[in-house]
Write a protein of this length. Sequence first.
Length: 166
Amino acid sequence: MPRIWKLGHNVNTDVIIPGRYNVTTDRASLAKHCLCEARPDFPVGVRPGDVVVGGDNFGCGSSREHAPVALQATGLGCVVARSFARIFYRNSINIGLPILICPELWEQAREGEAIEVDLASGQIRLPEQGLEFAVRPLPPFALAILKAGGIVNLVKERGDLDVAVG
């Protein structure tokens, strides 16, 4: 079962992937250095499907796509935060990184505990605590982007550009 990696408020893109590693778009390299300074245990300990739970203004800072790509490249299942920097939120959807807003989760989430996230229904469960949270699910166009593995793949699959505006 996926586990929680709990981060604080105002986690900026340079914390997610330090600027000196933004000289490449190689996903394996970005994953290797993801959160390497703030959470040195993350790049080596994250398992496929794990969930980052962040506080307010997650992903603030640079508009580069390196930060959500680095998180996605680790195999992370999704990011759930109290709030997101707008450009980070959109970049995450565009590259196919699942992302949800749940203000109440951050206070209840405990580092390393099990978590279940249903993107389509907006249900989040902390089974160890017996807690459930209902959040606004991702809209259908965002789910289509995620299912395709990013907006570029979706446009290639569908062969039209109208999908980009929903």
